[in-house]
Design a protein around this ligand. Structure first.
Ligand SMILES: Cc1cc2nc3c(=O)[nH]c(=O)nc-3n(C[C@H](O)[C@H](O)[C@H](O)COP(=O)(O)O)c2cc1C
Length: 308
């Protein structure tokens, strides 16, 4: 979970027996977090995520140089990266949003897939719901590791995912609402009272695909029914992308802090603890559909136990 899953969350999940996964951060903090996690976990398994459109070679090298045993990739494909991770002895998992994408990444040598359903929070890869997509991919790859993501927040939803044929479950939104996540306190507060989400391309400076987010003043002002952004926005985003170089030194946080209600130049940066609370109405508040079932801030270890 971009910027939100740092050492506290990764360690809490890993110590409880889950595969805690370090999220995207700019290169220097990403490397620092990897080292911190290694120090705190002392050999226990964890993972790091490479969000393909915004990573640099430094992220890949940091994974190769560290002891992180599992690397998850999302939203893009690069055979050289898969090969170099495999040569370094890493287990490589790809999060995918279609059967076609699963076929491609398995053919590339990946060890397994995380099938993301459209109900998932954050960056949304495909258009099918988990219950439709996962059985299709399971049938095509009976012997590969297949995990399910999207809407998994308690033991019943984890069981339902396993009954679709998943070997493991992957959960984002439930862990976002944990004391260990780096989401801002006001964002967590909004999560536990939320009843709905929207899928929109509004947060498109530096990212060209849809996100599932909580509604806030930015989405209310600029999006029509179903999260549809103004027809002219993609052109503006394209120009802004060229100007912004989203993956700059702070990962776009300084640009996010200049966002306003008057101009729809919104980055995908979410509200993390070091940002101003007042940005709540102006940034992407990622959340999955299952947010309607989440009413508390729950320690990550308890969630791991629920899901297992
Ligand atoms: C706050 C947030 C940020 C996310 N950022 C990333 C990311 O950087 N990389 C990634 O692979 N997936 C990301 N995702 C998607 C998750 O990997 C996963 O597909 C999703 O959380 C599963 O659905 P759920 O939120 O209903 O549990 C993010 C999800 C959330 C909620």
């Amino acid at each position: 979970m971009g910027s939100v899953a740092r050492h506290d969350l990764v360690v809490a999940v890993a110590e409880a027996g889950g595969l805690g996964t370090l999220s995207y951060l700019p290169p220097a903090p990403f490397k620092r977090e990897l080292t911190r996690i290694e120090d705190r976990l002392g050999g226990r398994t964890f993972a790091a995520n490479l969000l393909m459109p915004i990573i640099s070679r430094t992220h890949v090298e940091a994974c190769i140089e560290s002891s992180v045993p599992v690397v998850t990739l999302f939203f893009g494909f690069d055979q050289r990266i898969v090969t170099s991770l495999k040569e370094a002895g890493k287990t490589v998992l790809f999060q995918v949003g279609s059967l076609k994408e699963a076929e491609r990444v398995i053919a590339s040598g990946a060890d397994g897939v995380i099938v993301q359903g459209h109900e998932a929070g954050g960056h949304v890869r495909g258009s099918k719901r988990l219950a439709d997509l996962l059985p299709q991919i399971r049938e095509s790859f009976p012997d590969q590791l297949v995990c399910g993501a999207g809407g998994i927040h308690d033991s019943a939803s984890a069981d339902a995912c396993r009954s679709l044929g998943a070997d493991a479950v992957c959960s984002g939104t439930r862990f976002l609402a944990s004391p260990e996540s780096s989401a801002h306190a006001v964002y967590k507060g909004r999560l536990v009272h939320a009843t709905e989400t929207v899928v929109t391309n509004l947060f498109g400076v530096g990212w060209r695909d849809p996100h599932r987010v909580l509604p806030n003043n930015a989405t209310k002002k600029w999006c029509g029914p179903g999260g549809k952004e103004p027809f002219w926005l993609p052109t503006i985003h394209k120009a802004a992308r060229l100007a912004s170089h989203f993956a700059g030194s702070d990962g776009g946080a300084s640009m996010a802090m200049r966002q306003s209600l008057g101009s729809p130049l919104y980055t995908p940066v979410t509200l993390v603890e070091e940002m101003d609370a007042e940005m709540l109405e102006l940034v992407a508040l990622y959340a999955g559909e299952c947010v309607k079932h989440i009413h508390d801030i729950k320690p990550a270890a308890e969630t791991v136990r629920d899901l297992a």
